[in-house]
Design a protein around this ligand. Structure first.
Ligand SMILES: [Mg+2]
Length: 331
């Protein structure tokens, strides 16, 4: 599964990643993985009555990260967070992680070690061992492809398609923190940021525990993770469910960023992506606590029959909320 179609130094590197991946505690109590790196395939044992979840995500240099902006640990962390967040959005638990890397020959080995450290420490936190992957030489830039496998009890995966008119709409955490960091790096100041003041961008936390709690308690009718921005991801739920939505502008929880803790503007919270919070709907009768698994939950609106997404402001002004994902901030 890990092949050696790369220079000798890369062999050392893979051996190193393998050693890092096999350190005590790497499995975090996960017993599903029977055979990982070191054979032709990983062998994963599924318990009866479980279904498998699989998600795959690219992290491309110049598209998802820049070497001069993002410390390698952050690139590794974000690479895996994307996949774990998809598992969280289905109410699942991660089982195993697979990583394919294409690396330019001039890339210092140290970069990859730090990347692996960032990725593996997040993997360990959620008991999702690195179980295999591949490497190759890349002619242009770094490419990392992550596959995360997870499980959910049979028939219990939370889909995007379950929202019904009358349901309430909720989000976890705060929105716009990641996009605000990106805007500062790409903006006129082109400033390099201290990751400590922008954790939502450099080290986002996938909401695995929250997704699981919502699924177990049967609280939700539909769910998605916010990777492309609230407006775009809410549109995905509405499309798949055949419904519309009304969002209260004042209710949208806006992130505070930077050393001074400035609150982001509403458009950044509405359209900024890569926060990896959960967006979900719940039938009216369900009591949703204001905090679940340590994460604040905010009600932001209602599901409606008419298939449009409206933004409601104080004073009753309504306008249509078009999906403008985070691509918007790259221009
Ligand atoms: Mg997703």
């Amino acid at each position: 599964m890990i092949s050696f179609a790369v220079p000798v130094s890369e062999k050392t590197l893979i051996a190193h990643i393998r050693r890092m991946a096999l350190q005590p505690g790497a499995r975090g109590g996960n017993r599903a993985l029977l055979t990982g790196i070191g054979d032709d395939c990983a062998v994963v044992r599924l318990r009866p009555e479980q279904e498998m979840l699989v998600t795959t995500d690219f992290s491309l240099e110049g598209v998802h990260f820049r070497r001069r902006w993002h410390p390698p640990e952050s690139v590794g962390h974000r690479c895996l967070a994307r996949g774990l967040s998809d598992i969280a959005a289905m109410g699942g638990l991660p089982t195993a992680v697979f990583l394919s890397l294409a690396l330019p020959p001039e890339l210092p080995q140290r970069w990859v070690e730090r990347f692996a450290r960032g990725l593996l420490s997040l993997a360990r936190k959620y008991g999702a061992p690195l179980a295999g992957g591949d490497t190759a030489e890349s002619p242009h830039g770094i490419l990392a492809d992550i596959v995360v496998m997870g499980t959910v009890p049979r028939g219990k995966a939370v889909r995007r398609a379950g929202a019904r008119p009358g349901d309430r709409i909720y989000v976890s955490g705060e929105l716009g923190g990641s996009a605000a960091a990106l805007a500062r790096m790409t903006g006129t100041s082109k400033s390099k940021l201290n990751p400590r003041y922008y954790p939502a961008h450099f080290f986002p936390q996938p909401r695995i525990e929250l997704g699981r709690a919502l699924r177990e308690k049967g609280l939700v009718s539909a769910m998605i993770d916010i990777s492309d921005g609230l407006s775009t991801d809410l549109a995905h739920i509405c499309e798949e469910s055949g419904v519309g939505a009304e969002v209260e502008a004042e209710a949208v929880p806006r992130a505070s960023v930077g050393k001074a803790g400035h609150q982001v503007d509403l458009p950044v919270a509405l359209h900024g992506g890569e926060d990896y919070e959960l967006l979900f709907t719940a039938p009216v009768g369900r009591r949703i606590p204001s905090r679940i698994s340590g994460v604040p939950i905010t009600r932001i609106g209602n599901v409606v029959r008419r298939r449009k997404i409206l933004l409601m402001s104080r004073g009753g002004i309504r306008c249509e909320l078009g999906p403008e994902g985070w691509e918007h901030f790259k221009k």
